[in-house]
Write a protein that binds this ligand. Sequence first.
Ligand SMILES: NC(=O)c1ccc[n+]([C@@H]2O[C@H](COP(=O)([O-])OP(=O)(O)OC[C@H]3O[C@@H](n4cnc5c(N)ncnc54)[C@H](OP(=O)(O)O)[C@@H]3O)[C@@H](O)[C@H]2O)c1
Length: 408
Amino acid sequence: MSLYRNSAWFLKGVTEFTKNAFISASKRFVEKDLEVSMAGRSFMITGANSGIGRATAMAIAKKGGTVHMVCRNKDKAEEARADIVKESGNKEIFVHILDLSETKKVWEFAESFKRKYKSLNVLINNAGCIMSQREENTEGLEKSFASNVLGVYILTKSLIALLEKSAEPRVVTVSSGGMLVQKLRTGNLQTDRGRYDGAMVYAQNKVREKPRFRQSKVREEPRFRQSKVREEPRFRQSKVREEPRFRQSKVREEPRFRQSKVREEPRFRQSKVREEPRFRQSKVREEPRFRQSKRQQVVITEQLAKNHLNIHFSVMHPGWVDTPAVANAMPEFHSSMRESLRTPEQGADTAVWLAVSHAAATMPSGHFYQDRKMVSAHLPLAWTRSSSLEEQKFMFSLEDLAKSHQPH
Ligand SMILES: NC(=O)c1ccc[n+]([C@@H]2O[C@H](COP(=O)([O-])OP(=O)(O)OC[C@H]3O[C@@H](n4cnc5c(N)ncnc54)[C@H](OP(=O)(O)O)[C@@H]3O)[C@@H](O)[C@H]2O)c1
């Protein structure tokens, strides 16, 4: 299943997540959708100082919206704010300092925002991180879970009352297509220690990208290794030789990708899998956690949409975008795919569309989007769907955890 999931995801990625895929998809975009004034409407955007969040803030500022930039670093935030004000001519841009990984601070920030502002039309949960190693926040919660899941949940839940008082409220969450290889995990939300660890490493191996998949199989399952190591070149052959249309469009369009993946993969494997255990450790342990957090964001969106019918909820994948997060957390992927990565503006396009367009508001609430289109949050036959009981259990656990960290 993991080989299937990863292969299906990777093929989907090179076909749908690249810059060329955006250019191709944009041919069906309706230009008028974004020709709207946002004057009088207010937007909160987390992680608005960089990458997709900054591009989203800039686009909305240019449409006259009031923008509340929620960022963790004051210097970076002020610098981005100055650029946005200068380029957009819009002075209604405000900086709020919040580290979303600090759970109690998220509660406090939301409460103080509600006291100070009378309305908020749109919340854009964009901030996200892939931690290079396991870290805990000051409350002992694992940081990537605290930022990507619990922080998003608390901020959203706390602001619902304010959103509901405002006209045409929306919540847009920037998830990731990486979640397509993950099934929702309902217990041990922080994936931290103890009994779960062994299973976690197993699960991590199951969802790793190809080179890492091979590494886990080579070391852990000798019999499986025999079959898989021998079958993989055949898999590659089949993908490169048996799909002429795919080859025509993708392999030829992305020579650097081809170089790196088809020809340099053994070298990559040699260096990364055998010579850099620390790299392996961090990537093996952290990336599945990131992808799981992105799956959890999808489920949170679906569940909140069911309970808050006055708010339009959506969750989206921006594609593969050239941002500091990708360059820092996935340097090999970044350097081999650089020419094929989307610009931050292209990555932000669907988030902006979901936040401002009339067309998006007419779509059903609680769904997953890619390139201005509602798409499935599951790969076909990948067994990533969870039952409604599992989803309820996850939401209860999240609510419990959120409440237990609420300041009194
Ligand atoms: N780039 C891609 O290919 C891609 C693909 C799928 C999904 N995404 C998602 O897109 C979103 C934006 O990421 P990006 O690619 O634009 O990366 P980015 O340029 O590095 O931006 C990430 C933003 O999130 C902020 N942030 C991270 N942790 C935070 C925390 N604990 N509290 C407050 N702010 C925090 C960062 O602040 P600092 O600047 O201070 O670090 C930064 O402003 C993320 O949710 C990411 O998972 C990106």
